[in-house]
Write a protein that binds this ligand. Sequence first.
Ligand SMILES: [Ca+2]
Ligand SMILES: [Ca+2]
Length: 72
Amino acid sequence: MPDTNEYAATFAFVDADSDGRITAQEYADLMHRMGDSCTEEQAQRAIEAMDRDGDGLITLEEFALYMADNGD
Ligand SMILES: [Ca+2]
Ligand SMILES: [Ca+2]
C-alpha cells in the first residue's frame, strides 16, 4: 500500500474543486494551466490508465497507486 500522504499535495493540486476525485476535465485543465496541449481524448486515456474501479474518476488511493507503480 503506497503512502497516500506522499501524494496528497499533488492530488489536491490536480483536484481543482476539492471533491476528492480527479475527472478527465480537471486533468485537461491542469495540463492547459501548465502550458501543455491536452485533448479531451488524451485526458480520458490518462484517467483510464489510473482508474482501477472503472468509475471514470480518480481517488487519492488510485492516484497514489498509479504514482507508486509508475514514479521513480
Ligand atoms: Ca474534482
Ligand atoms: Ca476510480
